[in-house]
Design a binder for this molecule. Structure first.
Ligand code: MSP
Length: 655
């Protein structure tokens, strides 16, 4: 059997996944399902990239040990992938024991081939993107995310990337499919032509990583570690040369990535593999970003949209369909709730939903719920012209999928839906239903619609698996639509007599305004839930020395004495209390998660400490303009407000 191995990036589990980074996983899922439909033995890997400075810091901030922190966040990925019906076959998390073997094995091979040596590194490092910015002090900011990059100086092990410049250029020329789309390949090529510098692949000052084989002071650079995860996930660590599964699946057929991480995949990764004399992946495909307005959707921009409320309100398929239909794959595209609802109503509820509903209702009504026989010769209502339409949709769809033009693949399927809807409108089967002389025509018209729906269920299921399974069942088909093979999808192959199910709306129409309101409410509740402060640390970790902050950093946090003037619970939020706090210069509205432990009357008149220079944010729709400082106590994380024994004036600054 032909194999196909595809991967998503391994996500940093420093936060929960949002629509922006889940997009890659949804796209990969559609491709994996399509390849299975074509009869491939598919390995579909996703996972989490758990080491490095960014994760170490996030764990320290949350007050838990790094392994505990990443394990708890990893669960968020498992559960979201389940909600989105992601059919991955392998999940690699890089804190897994066998991954250490893989990474060290790669390194030992590269070192034996003379590509590793020890040098001093002095330059800038961006913690957010986990990348080296320059060998000197300039530029001071990361050229990808724009954040200030830190100056570091340490002895590291270096990978001789410069030795691979010619071989990489040869690869891009000989195998243009290696980097896609084409315009990305051009970018990568001009970067490589500009000259490659050797890169440091170990870190001394952080502890959270895979230990260097024979130098306990160093851990691996997180990208060397993470990229190797694509091989560990299918068994590279087993035996001398990887497991039988590894031999079967490696090299990967495609690494699907966002455009921001193309260099790591299209330049570093093939060089790391060449150095270890391992086969290279066939394709690295970089897609664009989901934006909100002009900005990339990202946690640091504060504009993320989460998937869960959308799944709850209108289902995973609605989200999957919208993202894959509306975004020309490879380009940036803006996410809007209006766009989501609009697509749902026009394409799913109207075009596909109505076709399914009309056809199944009429089969029930006029043919006792059975697919009629259509042996008689046919005139105007003949279903045979549809052979060309249906086959055209199928071949266009296959061609577009092979080129990863997913939205065009969907257009092919919807063209078939549109043609059949038009055909029903033209022939009006409901108008001839009572005329016995038109029985053959009626049978043909309904058979055509039935057959087209079978095509649609099979071809659209990689995108919208849950609802196409429902359609499949309504069409009276047995088993799982995902077990069907595209080669068996031939027109005029319907078994007369098949019993169809009852028509049930697969995509009920959405009223725009109420749906927008519901989505906003669910999103707000979801955000408030995920804003809950971490519980008291079960394990205390010693912040490494470099995690200590300077007095200047501390001075950035402005804390002032405030007096609570009024307090009232936030409606519909058990934990939240809305406070009006006099901080000397003004009265601030602050929302705090203390309602389960404090009564309003206890709070009024109390002197508290307020962080006054936080950006305002909304909790359950109520704006909070600051934060009340509290100790977190006990297993349940009970908040105990900080207050004063002596009288202090409102507005006094804490230092
Ligand atoms: N851990 C690295 C990848 C290592 S792969 C061996 C990483 N992780 S990430 O969590 O920051 O990003 C994962 C993927 O999500 C990237 O491909 C990134 O492009 C993608 N996206 C994050 N935000 C996105 C959007 N707003 N839109 C589309 N993709 C987005 O990088």
């Amino acid at each position: 059997m032909k194999k196909f191995y595809l991967t998503t990036p391994l996500y940093y589990p420093n936060a929960r996944p949002h629509v922006g980074n889940s997009y890659t996983t949804m796209v990969c899922d559609a491709i994996a399902r399509y390849k299975r439909l074509c009869g491939y033995d598919v390995a579909f890997l996703t996972g989490t990239d758990e080491h490095g400075e960014k994760l170490q810091r996030a764990a320290v901030e949350a007050g838990v040990s790094p392994p505990e922190f990443v394990a708890s966040k990893r669960d968020l990925f498992y559960s979201l992938w389940k909600k989105l019906n992601i059919s991955y076959s392998h999940f690699i998390y890089t804190d897994r024991a066998d991954h250490t073997t893989s990474v060290q094995r790669m390194l030992l091979r590269a070192r034996a081939n003379g590509y590793i040596d020890k040098r001093r590194y002095e330059g800038r490092y961006c913690v957010s993107d986990e990348r080296y910015i320059s060998d000197g002090t300039e530029p001071a900011n990361c050229d990808i995310c724009g954040r200030p990059a830190e100056l570091i100086s340490e002895e590291n092990y270096f990978f001789r990337l410069s030795a691979f410049q010619e071989r990489l250029l040869g690869l891009y020329e000989k195998h243009p499919e290696f980097v896609q789309p084409d315009f990305r390949r051009n970018e990568v090529m001009s970067f490589v032509k500009g000259g490659l510098r050797d890169i440091s692949v170990s870190r001394k000052r952080i502890k959270w990583g895979i230990p260097w084989p024979d130098d306990p002071e160093q851990v691996f650079y997180v990208w060397y570690d993470a990229l190797t995860g694509y091989m560990t996930g299918v068994g590279f660590a087993e035996g001398e040369n990887g497991s039988a599964e590894f031999q079967k699946y490696w090299p990967a057929d495609i690494h699907m990535v966002g455009k921001d991480i193309i260099r790591f995949h299209a330049v570093y990764w093939p060089a790391f593999l060449m150095a270890a004399e391992l086969p290279l992946p066939r394709t690295v495909f970089a897609h664009g970003w989901l934006t909100v307005g002009a900005d990339k959707m990202s946690k640091s921009k504060g504009n993320v949209v989460y998937c869960e409320p959308i799944v709850e309100a209108i289902g995973a398929d609605a989200l999957r369909y919208y993202l894959m239909r509306d975004i020309p794959f490879g380009q940036d595209s803006s996410f809007t709730y209006e766009g989501l609802i609009q697509r749902y109503n026009s394409d799913l509820a109207n075009d596909l939903g109505n076709l399914a509903n009309r056809a199944i209702t009429m089969l029930n009504r006029y043919f006792d719920g059975r697919v009629p026989s259509t042996l008689e010769p046919l005139g105007v209502g003949s279903r045979f012209p549809f052979l060309a339409v249906a086959n055209g949709a199928k071949t266009g769809y296959e061609r577009h999928f092979e080129g990863y033009e997913l939205s065009k693949g969907l257009e092919d399927v919807w063209r078939l839906i549109g043609t059949v809807n038009q055909y029903l409108n033209d022939l009006q089967p409901w108008a001839i239903a009572d005329d016995p002389s038109k029985r053959a025509l009626l049978a043909n018209v309904l058979c055509t619609a039935y057959e087209a729906l079978g095509f649609v269920a099979v071809l659209a299921h990689p995108f919208i698996p849950e609802s196409m399974q429902k359609l499949w069942e309504q069409l009276g088909q047995k088993g799982r639509v995902e077990d069907f093979r595209v080669e068996d999808l031939v027109w005029a192959n319907v078994s007369a007599g098949t019993s169809v199910g009852k028509p049930e709306a697969i995509f009920p129409r959405l009223d725009k305004e109420p749906t927008l309101r519901k989505l906003a409410e669910l999103a707000e509740a979801d955000r408030a839930r995920s804003d809950v402060k971490p519980k008291e640390a079960k394990t205390t970790v010693e912040a490494p020395a470099e995690q200590k902050i300077s007095i200047e950093d501390f001075a950035k946090v402005e804390m002032r004495v405030g007096e609570v003037k009024s307090a009232e619970p936030v409606q519909g939020a058990q934990k939240l209390m809305k406070l009006a706090v006099d901080i000397g210069s003004e009265v601030r509205q602050v929302v705090a998660g203390i309602a389960e432990y404090y009564k309003p009357e206890q709070l009024i008149g109390m002197k508290v400490v307020i962080v006054t220079n936080l950006q305002p944010r909304k909790l359950r729709g109520v704006e909070s303009n600051g934060m009340v400082v509290a100790a977190t106590v006990g297993e349940e994380g009970r908040p105990v407000l900080v207050t004063f024994k002596e009288d202090v004036p409102n507005g006094a600054r804490l230092k």
